[in-house]
Design a protein around this ligand. Structure first.
Ligand code: HGY
Ligand code: MN
Ligand code: MN
Length: 416
């Protein structure tokens, strides 16, 4: 009996469906006026249920692992599986496309084969991870790490801002931490991991290309800095007698920006989170904590930058007679995408008429964890103005349709 043949992808219809699904998923939020969907929350549950419904409609076998990753499986002719996925959690006041696009593209691509009853030489697993943004817990990628078999159990004791441990959050979500190990794919099954993601930068738009192929995912360092000064009355303490922890923090924020600018693009540094536990307009801040997010495509440049910034932060503390605690809570190496998969992805994109750009990703992705399990590939999709982590985030239905069609071609021609 000849193999069933799936029809050639209808790019317009795929793009419109992707857009409708993205907007439907985007309506699931913890807050009415902005998109907030964090790990192991009721909103994560509702989003996971919707993803599972879509997977079942696509004729995929649906399951969920101990960290809430929703898995849609289409069996193939061997035990090998192509893993396709991204995340469904968001930053606070996030955009609709960062993460969900990769899950929805995976569902639509897998559906293309499943509805036609087409068996490939390998199975397809579409994965919806719930912990990529790291908004709820201070360490991130828990769900993809569990799939990759590199989940470290000591993170079960980290707590969110309400003091709830990851372990308790898993139990409250209805899962059993004892089942985390069973979530891991074995290398003989996981043939490759592919993620479709918005570029979150301006290059594809500038070059007028709808799709790109990712070469590597930038390495990341996190410096958690806490200054301890002396709280005081804003009206009575003379300026020269103050030990103002927020003024010291402000110096660090501007230093990180200045030093990063001096690297002329090699390193980027951001302070996006400052905590002032006893903030009041008429109190000299006595205690301030901040996180410096440092990224680079070069691990050497990033680590050199971290050492330099650490020395400067110590100098600020000394000069201002501030107490200082500084811990490096993240040191993630740059993750290369597999060269053979990059070529396969380039061919799949080119067959759609584009001339795919090769781009490094400044943003982090679940692929960093999945690369510890199997070779990875990423496809970038143009996003308007390169805007992301912002409600204005936007990818056109046409570009999303092209992305799904390219993913289908990638799957059709994959040699795993
Ligand atoms: O931080 C990142 O790059 C990703 O969006 N979590
Ligand atoms: Mn993302
Ligand atoms: Mn993101």
């Amino acid at each position: 009996m000849s193999e069933p043949v799936s029809s050639s992808p209808d790019i317009t219809a795929l793009g419109e469906r992707a857009d409708t699904m993205i907007r439907t998923l985007g309506s699931i939020s913890a807050e009415p006026n902005r998109l907030v969907r964090s790990f192991l929350t009721p909103e994560h549950r509702a989003a996971a249920d919707l993803i599972a419904k879509w997977m079942r409609a696509a004729k995929l076998d649906v399951s969920e692992d101990a960290l809430g990753t929703v898995r849609g499986h289409w069996p193939g002719g061997s035990k090998k599986r192509l893993l396709i996925g991204s995340h469904i959690d968001t930053v606070i006041e996030g955009g609709l496309f960062d993460g969900p696009l990769g899950v929805i593209a995976g569902i639509l691509a897998a559906e293309h084969f499943a509805l036609a009853g087409r068996k490939l030489n390998f199975g397809l697993d579409v994965l919806a991870f719930g912990d990529e943004e790291g908004v709820r817990f201070p360490r991130t990628l828990a769900s993809s790490m569990a799939c990759a078999g590199i989940f470290d159990a000591d993170r079960l004791d980290i707590t969110d801002s309400d003091g709830i441990t990851l372990r308790d959050a898993i139990v409250r979500y209805g899962k059993n931490p004892a089942d985390i190990a069973a979530a891991a794919y074995t290398p003989d099954v996981a043939a490759a991991f592919v993620e479709v993601h918005i570029e979150q930068g301006p290059v594809l738009e500038y070059k007028n290309q709808p799709l790109g192929v990712v070469t590597s995912i930038a390495g990341q360092s996190y410096l958690n800095v806490e200054f301890i000064g002396e709280a005081g009355h804003a009206g009575t303490v003379p300026m020269m007698l103050r030990r103002d922890a927020l003024a010291g923090s402000a110096e660090v924020i501007l230093l990180a920006e200045k030093l990063a600018r001096e690297t002329k693009g090699e390193v980027v540094a951001t302070v996006g989170l400052v905590r002032i536990p006893a903030a009041a307009s008429n109190v000299i801040p006595g205690n301030v904590a901040l996180i410096v997010d440092i990224r680079s495509g070069s691990d050497q440049a990033r680590r050199r930058f971290v050492d330099h910034l650490k020395a400067e932060i110590r100098a600020v503390a000394d000069r201002r007679e501030l107490g200082l605690t500084m811990t490096q809570t993240r040191d993630v190496a740059t993750t290369p995408c597999d060269p053979a998969l990059q070529e396969a992805m380039t061919n799949a994109v080119r067959a759609g008429g584009g001339e795919p750009l090769l781009l490094a990703s400044g943003a982090g992705h679940d692929g960093t964890a999945m690369a510890r399990l199997c070779p990875i590939a990423m496809m970038f999709v143009r996003c308007r103005g390169g805007v992301s982590h912002n409600p204005a985030e936007y990818a056109s239905p046409s570009d999303m349709g092209h992305a799904v069609a390219a993913l289908i071609r990638f799957i059709e021609n994959a040699k795993l």
